[in-house]
Design a protein around this ligand. Structure first.
Ligand code: N01
Length: 557
């Protein structure tokens, strides 16, 4: 049955289930949302497309997948017991360990009974009379809910590029964002990897160790910092745990990125060349994203300052990679450092010193077509047995666009966002009442430690629903003027930085035809949290809350 048929039948079909809140997605956002709403005594249902919980970490199971935020910080803070009892085994947790953690959380807080797996949402239609949502599931059911929370993730819609001949390739084709559950062994194979973002940079060293030959097709060289991953011992964990309340407070209330550490207060040229180089050296030796985020205050706004960090990394690449031509190709020069998400790697650049790897510059020699047994660029053909697409995601809006979301007067979200996403605080969209988005466009989201931003949104939404319940209010909508003002503010901040200079997925530049708008809020998590708290303290300033016109639908089962 098509979505439209399912919806038109709604008048005739008894609504079998009605919820206070329906949550879409059982990743880190959906799990914590369920936990908070259930504690409020609300009737909640979570629908998850995957066969398991964990979201991003359920799908991105390619070899080498690992978080670039340190594990002691990439973890929930809402439960003191949870943060005391879970022992991360490495400085940066691997995908299997993060997935294990998500499953542990689901079990520990008995969340599974309210989660339906293997079910995705195809449509959400707002009923203005009832002040509630009719939601159609992939198996044709219709459920109603007063509120819908979209916890669909920002990097959950894997993008397969439209390359001629791809479907005719005779070997296996894998996408890093939708990796098979069974082990994939590249032993003895000639493998091609297309894409050199965070996923490509993580997967390349792993495949090179197994493959007979690996060919990496690079369109844009990327900046990457060594992770310096290492096992974590009790001696590492305990002192950190002892100051957890201070750490968490810093991450939420003082940092821009949701990371614990220094806040850069000096500009790059306030230090002389030697001091600056020494600072970069120390950060390079320490490893991780703080190389950039805490070095100097002006790296994202002053191109000359940014160049000092970019030049440092380019020199490091030249020192590591032995073949001069390959080193030159691997040195990024199309964008300021950090304006595409900076990568964190283990042995990425050294991997190009192996005898079984070739780097192909597809910027100067673009891919023409995929052949049944390989790939052809303008100048050359390559024989391949397997192909890995590390080609990224339709980020931030892609998963929402796949759902037919109809708000007031039948307006679809895709129509409303045709020229780019518009929201108030990244939390709600004017004309789409009772619909919340977690870490959506217009919020710090992907520019931050995602768990910090997820917890902040979930807490804000839960508090908002509680506020409404206490006052007998059923419907909340963002005010159009407040939304316009917020969108202008988000754009103004982004335009004051170097970010718009890169063709990045932050701007939707990786998806042909997607409007070029800088999607996340760049003002930082601390400033953003303050704004959200002030809005709530002023009785949800910029939102309109009312009672529903008709009584809530009653469940028949
Ligand atoms: O995707 P990407 P990703 N022909 O979009 C290339 C998070 N993440 O999956 O730059 C040829 O960054 C594309 O080239 P170009 C993290 O936030 C985190 O790697 O468009 N090439 C690019 O090289 C990250 O930023 C972690 O010129 C094509 C690559 O494919 C985000 O996810 C790990 C192409 C895509 O890079 C996305 O990362 C992994 C085409 N038609 C991911 N289309 C960690 O925590 C695309 N490309 C460590």
């Amino acid at each position: 049955m098509s979505t439209a048929q399912a919806i038109s039948q709604q008048g005739r079909t008894a609504v079998r289930n009605s919820y206070d809140v329906l949550v879409v997605g059982a990743g880190f956002a959906g799990l914590y949302m369920l936990y908070r709403l259930r504690a409020l005594g609300l009737k909640v249902r979570v629908f998850e497309k995957g066969a398991g919980v964990g979201g991003t970490w359920y799908w991105n199971r390619y070899p080498g997948a690992r978080c670039d935020v340190e594990s002691m910080q990439y973890s929930y803070s809402f439960s003191e017991e949870l943060q005391r009892e879970w022992d991360w085994s490495e400085r940066y947790a691997s995908q299997p360990e993060i997935l294990q953690y998500a499953n542990h959380v689901a079990d520990r807080f008995n969340l599974r009974p309210d989660i339906e797996l293997n079910t995705h949402i195809v449509a959400c239609v707002f009923d203005e009379e009832a002040g509630s949502w009719s939601v159609t599931t992939s198996d044709g059911r219709i459920v109603t809910a007063r509120f819908v929370v979209l916890a669909t993730g920002c990097l959950s819609n894997a993008r397969v590029p439209d390359i001629q001949g791809l479907h005719g390739f005779s070997g296996p084709v894998y996408h890093t964002g939708n990796w098979p559950h069974e082990p994939v062994d590249f032993k003895g194979l000639r493998v091609g990897v297309i894409g050199t973002g965070s996923s490509g940079i993580q997967v390349v060293p792993m495949i090179a160790e197994r493959a007979k030959h690996l060919t990496v097709f690079q369109r844009t060289a990327n900046f990457s910092i060594p992770a310096r991953n290492a096992p974590l011992t009790d001696q590492d964990r305990q002192p950190f745990r002892a100051k957890y309340s201070e750490v968490r407070r810093f991450m939420r209330e003082l940092s821009r990125s949701g990371l614990y550490g220094e806040v850069a207060e000096r500009g790059a040229f306030e230090d002389d060349d030697n001091v600056r180089r020494a600072k970069y050296e120390a950060r390079w030796a320490h490893g991780g994203t703080t190389f950039l985020s805490s070095a100097y205050s002006d790296l994202y706004v002053n191109k000359a300052a940014n160049d000092t960090a970019a030049d440092f990394v380019r020199k490091k690449i030249a020192e590591i990679v032995k073949d001069e031509e390959t080193a030159k190709l691997l040195q990024p020069n199309t964008h300021p450092i950090g304006t595409k998400r900076i990568c964190v790697d283990t042995d990425y650049f050294t991997t190009f010193n192996r005898p079984n790897i070739t780097l192909v510059d597809i910027r100067s020699d673009p891919i023409q077509e995929i052949l049944s047994d390989g790939l052809r660029t303008q100048a050359k053909s390559f024989q391949l047995d397997a192909l890995v697409l590390a080609t990224g995601f339709d980020a931030m809006t892609g998963s929402l666009a796949k759902i037919e979301i109809r708000g007031r007067a039948g307006l679809t979200l895709n129509r409303k966002w045709a020229e780019g996403p518009k929201s108030y605080l990244g939390l709600m969209i004017a004309g789409f009442p009772n619909l919340f988005v977690i870490t959506g466009p217009g919020s710090p989201s992907v520019l931050s430690n995602m768990i910090v931003s997820i917890e902040q949104h979930v807490d804000w939404i839960a508090d908002c629903l509680n506020y409404m319940r206490e006052r007998g209010l059923d419907v909340i909508d963002a005010d159009k003027q407040a939304e316009d003002k917020w969108v202008a503010h988000v754009n103004e901040l982004a335009n004051g930085t170097l970010f718009p200079q890169a063709d990045s997925w932050y701007l939707g530049a990786n998806v042909p035809g997607k409007p070029r708008i800088f999607m996340p809020y760049i003002g930082g998590v601390a400033a953003y949290r303050k704004i959200c708290n002030e809005v709530a303290a002023k009785g949800y300033d910029g939102f309109e809350m009312t009672a529903a016109r008709a009584p809530k639908p009653v469940a028949v089962s």
